[in-house]
Design a protein around this ligand. Structure first.
Ligand SMILES: [Mn+2]
Length: 300
């Protein structure tokens, strides 16, 4: 049977303050995503990009000035458009590949996937993205996306897709090593499962991957949300918020390979690739390698 991948680009850079992540979808496509998918035996159906206004042409909406969440109306609009596009266009027979943009895009992508399928969400990230406007030091929405998906955050974001909320037992995280103080309290109280870098160091990525697969054994599908800052900046320097001590090149690959072996991954976000901060498109190239690994590319 022919295998299909459905690609959606979301050039969102309004959820954080480092310009350049809007070029993420172009950089990943430029790293020969289409050709390499074809070589692996997939037919790629590229839906193009969701429209995102430029930060310069959409000044902050001052009706929401009292909320500590920059570009809130614009981010909500893009997330809603992302949600609608996926709900309308995602082919039933295809793996869903959603390329950001910053991590705020996952509010749209995961809401869409969760409405269609019984999923566990594996969030691979240096951060937990569990802030709210009340706790966020920066007011950047890309650090609030998981809180919103669990039902906590600005109403405009909760409204995306008609307010679908994940249960805490639907969420696992790997790669976490940088959490804000008040955010950490919400993470501990939330009931989600977080495998920090310390746990990866102590137990190894194989054991952690199996714990995640065990957590999701009663779920039909797994959605992977890959923030490239989960990888150590030695390998993936082109991200807005690099943190040392991340997943090694092989740990990240092995995690993707083990997830591929499970046969349950139905869709994936690839976010925070920032070509302006990158070194000769290395981070986009690693992103493509991760995509191929999770789609079943083997060494032999
Ligand atoms: Mn993130």
């Amino acid at each position: 049977m022919q295998k299909h991948v459905n690609i959606f680009g979301i050039p969102m850079d309004l959820g954080q303050n480092r310009r350049g992540v809007d070029m993420g979808p172009s950089a990943v496509r430029y790293a020969q995503l289409g050709e390499k998918l074809q070589t692996l035996g997939y037919i790629a159906h590229d839906e193009g990009n969701i429209t995102v206004s430029q930060a310069e042409e959409s000044p902050e909406d001052y009706t929401d000035k009292h909320i500590n969440a920059h570009f809130l109306p614009q981010v909500a609009k893009v997330c809603q458009a992302t949600y609608s596009s996926i709900v309308e266009c995602w082919r039933d027979d295809a793996f869903g590949l959603f390329i950001g943009g910053d991590h705020s895009v996952s509010i749209g992508t995961i809401t869409a996937v969760a409405q269609r399928k019984n999923i566990g969400v594996l969030w691979i990230d240096a951060h937990t993205d569990m802030n709210t406007p009340e706790t966020s030091p920066s007011g950047n929405i890309h650090g609030m996306s998981m809180a919103v998906l669990l039902g906590d955050g600005p109403q405009k974001l909760l409204d995306v897709g008609g307010h679908t909320v994940l249960d805490p037992d639907q969420v696992a995280m790997i790669g976490v090593r940088d959490v804000d103080k008040d955010e950490a309290m919400r993470v501990r109280e939330s009931g989600i499962t977080v495998h920090t870098m310390r746990e990866v160091d102590e137990n190894g990525i194989v054991a952690i991957a199996h714990r995640v697969l065990d957590q999701f054994k009663d779920r039909d599908h797994i959605h992977v949300s890959l923030d490239l800052d989960s990888c150590d900046p030695r390998y993936a320097p082109g991200v807005g918020t690099p943190v040392f001590g991340g997943l090694s090149y092989r740990e990240a690959h092995l995690l993707m390979e083990l997830l591929a072996d499970s046969g349950k991954v139905c869709s994936m976000d690839v976010v925070e690739v920032n070509p302006i901060l990158d070194d000769r498109n290395r981070t986009a190239e690693i992103a493509v390698e991760m995509i191929l690994s999770i789609l079943g590319k083997n060494i032999l």
